[in-house]
Design a binder for this molecule. Sequence first.
Ligand code: TXD
Length: 315
Amino acid sequence: MAVCPRKVTVIGAGSVGSTAAQRIAEAGLADVTLIDVVEGLPQGKALDLSQAAPFHDHDQAIVGTNDYADTAGSDVIVVTAGLARQPGMTRDDLLLKNMGIVRTVVGKAAQYSPNAFVIVVTNPLDAMVHVALETTGFPRERVIGMAGVLDSARFRTFIAAELGVSVVDVSAFVMGGHGDTMVLLPRLSTVAGIPLPELLSPEKIDALTTRTRNGGAEVVALLKTGSAYYAPASSVLHMVDAIINDRKRVLPCAVLLKGEYKIDGLVVGIPVVLGAGGVERIIEVKLTDDEQAALLKSAASVRDLVETMKRAQAS
Ligand code: TXD
């Protein structure tokens, strides 16, 4: 019997979007539809990616388009469309520009794929998950932000390098918002089950958490003309795989909280079980007072962004 191929739509054929499309197709996970507002860009990238298929032993269809009708019936929609901050643009300008873009693209894609899972990548991440939730009306289980998976991969990489051990044996626990208010929990981060504080001094741990918090900025400072995309695309692949293959992975994801961790009505990064039902469970860990305070601070900064968006909509 013929098996119906899985379909993933990636909105935004820029650095993260096209690399995520490549990873997903080359992993043999799903057919990929790449869509962008720029004419020719997704078509050209899709054609080029298709021509790499013979080297990667896959037969996934990779389609580039500017027409949302071609995205119909997607299992997962990955949202990477957006603008980067331009000189002279404030954070709020960027927030409102990307709010408009995410609302438009997610609204169109959701019409053609009403049962899809939505993985949001566009920054400011937590705020854009709010926009996607509101626009689609999808339940919180199906609208998930990618940030913690990337942040914990960065932390794992730095820990492994510091200790001279395999990154595979390192597990890192990250919560909170994407950016300055990220909450890293060394006491719940381990190397083959050994808590990090038993292996590194508080000063070393501090240095690694600071580097992780600035992980995105460190790459931007080097690239100068863009931001990170290889590790972000791999993070997207990891989440798509968890959903499509029902892996029930325990991953940090940005999800709308409804009272969990004493936060109600705001999107914040927390550990979840990610499987065929999307966010199948939110894992509540007992936090210390300091950790809880840091998480609430993170939630407060998301609330500020949500309020700025509401004010802009009202005016
Ligand atoms: O951890 C994370 N969540 C992140 C987030 C990690 C890395 C990048 N992060 C954010 O993802 C970044 O701050 C941006 O907001 C997005 C996408 O980053 P990328 O590096 O891929 O940006 P590009 O290369 O500028 O690509 C954006 C594409 C580009 O091709 C535009 O033409 C397209 O988005 N775009 C649109 N596509 C469709 N429809 C509309 N309206 C549209 N507007 C722009």
